[in-house]
Design a protein around this ligand. Sequence first.
Ligand SMILES: [Zn+2]
Length: 244
Amino acid sequence: MSLRWPKIPILMYHRIGERVAASIVPDHYVSRELFERQLKMLRALRYQTIHLSEIAEVLERPCPAARRYAVISFDDGYRSFISDALPTLEKNRMTASVFLVADCIGSSNRWDEIKGDVSEPLMTVKEIQQCLKRGVEFGAHTLSHPDLRFCDTERAREEIFGSRRKLQEMLSCPIEWFSYPYGKQGLRERTLVREAGFAGACATGKSVNTRGTDPFALARINVRATTSSAYLFYKVIKASRRYA
Ligand SMILES: [Zn+2]
């Protein structure tokens, strides 16, 4: 049996539902039907979904060439995750990691609303706890969703450290993973995230993750409203040829 080092794609989703034309981020909507087709495609390719908490261990061991792992992640913690994504994930025996904006739990996407976006509800503590019981992993996505590169160091520190502290208190569970708003980060942000005690962090990037990838700059493949399952397949295969 031939063994090889795993290459793990991480998919990045935002909202599940019909595209809302009035939204300032219409690309962030993936319809439930398309989401289901994408999961079926991953299943047909024999991808097994894992949590981020498992990624380091999986990357450290060569595995049979036929074994494929992927992480499915959702940014912002929209209510559409529990209503429209989770049932489809469970039907396909898949799991996901969701990043929460700590000051907006049970509220809405204030950071986009102030730019003129439609209001989209975010999960409440109760809903998040239901997801935890159903095996969903949660991480932090700052307190208020700023582009951290434009925050002074004191504010960036509070957004990063504060989100971990607040979510751990609110949910009584460990919060070990972080996702940079807009995927934007540099050395200062990566250092602060490490200092805050996170195990790693997700950025963006059109590559897969290997044992050589910086765990504080994991690459994620963006899945948009227009990403057909065939195009997602192409993106994943193309990413597999690039290493983060
Ligand atoms: Zn976000």
